[in-house]
Design a binder for this molecule. Structure first.
Ligand code: ADP
Length: 328
């Protein structure tokens, strides 16, 4: 279906992730290629309400594909949660002559976009940017692959010092509700145990496993813990618990924190961002709306945003089995 879309806005919103810049670049360049105008919005919905816009052309996005973070800044905006705030945002977009937008963010940003569409019949397409990989409708979100590489790199370094001192390390990684990062880096970095929100290993089994690991002659042990794991103790409490019950271990804790969100995007994330950005603009120009761009079986697909924000991504059971076998 041909549309009357002449100007598309792009912005980043919510938690940032590596690859957002590559996605901005892809949206801007696709607009240039398709000969539609493009405008960037700074600071997410905050900037939309304030009219913080900047016209973009193909050259505005030179040399950003390799940069972490987002050149457009990201923000959390309480005002956009109110009807008055969204009304102001709509007036700003109308004033600027914007006909549609591409939002790069997580499920909160998508919920806002969907509400905005319902109120103003405004075309919106989402690109999933979050390191947690917790959005339904895509096997990979933007930034997940980069975060895995960053965390594996950090754990490799921790292992160097752990094995020099025969230490046990609890390494806490991001993942309040889902264990995708923990499970993947746990396998990738050869962790002895992986604690994720989806499965409660139980304290007894953790102790048994650590005892076995010590007996089998391992010189160091790494336990990867997702922030939201359900074992009932945080990493510092776990350290105390293990030291009390297994005094043979010299235990240390490392909380990786926000470094997991930074860094230059991996090649995988750059390619994914480019593909998603192209599809997002194409979808708008085909008259589509309320859809999220995702990837499945290496094909770029579109999923209704309503499903993407309601659905849950499942942890890969096969990977859990592989992890169990590898820790023998
Ligand atoms: P993420 O997009 O990473 O999940 P948030 O949940 O913080 O991040 O959402 C980003 C922004 O999206 C919020 O600050 C708010 O402006 C907007 N938003 C989130 N939920 C809603 C909602 N239910 N209605 C309107 N806007 C929302």
């Amino acid at each position: 279906m041909a549309t009357n879309i002449k100007k598309i806005a792009v912005f980043t919103s919510g938690g940032d992730s590596p690859g957002m810049n590559a996605a901005i670049r892809a949206v801007v360049r696709t607009c240039a290629y398709m000969k539609v105008e493009c405008v960037a919005i700074y600071r997410g919905y905050d900037g939309m309400i304030d009219g913080d816009f900047k016209p973009m052309n193909a050259r505005s996005v030179n040399n950003i594909i390799n940069k972490g973070g987002t050149i457009l800044k990201s923000a959390r905006c309480e005002e956009f949660r109110t009807a008055e705030g969204r009304q102001k945002a709509h007036e700003q977009l109308k004033k600027e002559g914007v006909d549609a937008f591409v939002v790069i963010g997580g499920d909160g940003s998508f919920t806002g976009a969907l509400t905005f569409n319902k109120e103003f019949d405004f075309p919106v397409i989402g690109i999933p940017g979050t390191i947690d990989n917790d959005i339904f409708g895509t096997t990979y979100t933007l930034g997940f692959d980069t975060a895995l590489n960053t965390v594996v790199d950090a754990i490799d370094k921790i292992r160097d010092t752990a094995s020099s001192h025969n230490r046990l390390f609890f390494v806490e990684v991001m993942g309040r509700d889902v264990g995708h990062i923990a499970l993947n880096v746990g396998v990738g970095a050869g962790a002895e145990e992986i604690l994720i929100p989806e499965e409660n290993l139980g304290l007894e089994r953790l102790l048994d496993s650590l005892k076995r690991s010590k007996k089998s002659g391992k010189s160091s042990s790494i336990v990867v813990v997702a922030e939201g794991d359900k074992i009932g103790k945080n990493v510092f409490e776990l350290k105390e618990y293990v030291e009390e019950h297994l005094p043979i271990y010299d235990v240390r804790v490392s909380v990786l924190g926000h470094m997991q969100r930074g860094g230059a995007p991996s090649c995988f994330d750059r390619v994914l961002a480019s593909r998603m950005g192209v599809r997002a603009v194409e979808a708008l120009l085909e008259g589509k709306t309320n859809l999220m761009v995702g990837i499945q079986d290496n094909k770029i697909i579109l999923t209704p945003i309503a499903q993407a924000i309601k659905g849950h991504t499942k942890i890969d059971k096969e990977l859990i089995r592989v992890s169990d076998i590898m820790t023998t």
